[in-house]
Ligand binder design. Structure first.
Ligand code: ATP
Length: 272
């Protein structure tokens, strides 16, 4: 099919300002930005620039956003693919897509290659993978071949995201591959407040809006849920013909998003 399986070296305008909270993770990826911008500073002393880092954390916590921000801060192109895109592919297609992706990345280096849901292709053998085992292994092997094939001076840095680092094939985690892990956690109340601030910025807010209160009302919510709440609240207010979004719209939006999350959890764990 002609379906596009990866984002091809697009320019991104996202910066660290768009990523709220995640202070420790930001410090770690700032080093990667510097590797991309000033590689000679590191290689002149004989050091090898890392090829990749694993972003580990639950869904919706900003892993993709942070990877894009690295590309945006370093002003390099962003390539991406998702491990789950390789599910149900014809034999040989996965490996050739990986080859194709890295060929393009080499042509446009320095750049970031982002692999979302790397566990879909990077699962250790025999741990009931979604893809047929042969095909998954071919895809994984090609990724390892590509990673081993470029040196630290290639200008390519691979960021991969997963919420299941425990199932990954140890071959991926060896030195010279994804030997660094950066953890991205669900935000605490202060983090949620900062995320609300980012997503409330474009919204016409009423004066009664209390951001600290919204953060307190949303324990366990990830950044993606908060972005969703802000959008839903704006739509609730618009539906009612209001000219600004107020606290009651946010309460309705929070109820709706909680309802959605409960439904999703029921589907995921039907035994409960
Ligand atoms: P998944 O594992 O499901 O792919 P993810 O961790 O990659 O999730 P993102 O796709 O980066 O999550 O987040 C989805 C959206 O949620 C972002 O585009 C952004 O709007 C919002 N978001 C998540 N985390 C943050 C954050 N820390 N600051 C601001 N916005 C955030």
């Amino acid at each position: 099919s002609k379906a596009q399986l990866f984002e091809k070296g697009t320019k991104v305008n996202i910066t660290f300002n768009d990523v709220a909270g995640l202070d420790e993770a930001k410090v770690e990826v700032m080093e990667i930005v510097d590797f991309l911008k000033n590689p000679k500073k590191y290689t002149s002393l004989g050091g090898k620039i890392p090829k990749g880092a694993l972003l580990v954390g639950p869904p919706g916590t900003g892993k993709t956003l942070l990877a894009k921000a690295v590309a945006g801060e370093a002003q390099v192109p962003f390539f991406s693919m998702s491990g789950s895109d390789f599910v149900e592919m014809f034999v040989g297609v996965g490996a050739s897509r990986v080859r194709d992706l890295f060929k393009q990345a080499r042509d446009k280096a320095p750049c970031i290659v982002f692999i979302d849901e790397i566990d879909a292709i990077g699962r250790a053998r025999g741990k009931n993978a979604v893809m047929s085992n042969d095909e998954r292994e071919n895809t994984l092997n090609q990724l390892l071949v590509e990673m081993d094939g470029f040196g630290g001076d290639s200008g390519i840095i691979i960021l991969a995201a997963t919420n299941r680092p425990d199932v990954l094939d140890s071959a991926l985690l060896r030195p010279g591959r994804f030997d660094r892990q950066i953890s991205i956690d669900v935000p605490d109340v202060k983090g949620r407040e900062k995320i609300f601030e980012v997503h409330l910025a474009p919204i016409k807010k009423s004066k009664d809006l209390n951001i600290a209160k919204l953060a307190v009302q949303t324990p366990g919510f990830a950044g993606a849920d908060i972005a969703n709440i802000c959008n839903e609240a704006a739509l609730f207010a618009a539906r009612k013909g209001k000219t600004e979004v107020d606290m009651s719209d946010f309460n309705d939006a929070i109820d709706r998003v909680i309802g959605g999350l409960e439904k999703k959890n029921k589907i995921i764990s039907p035994d409960e």
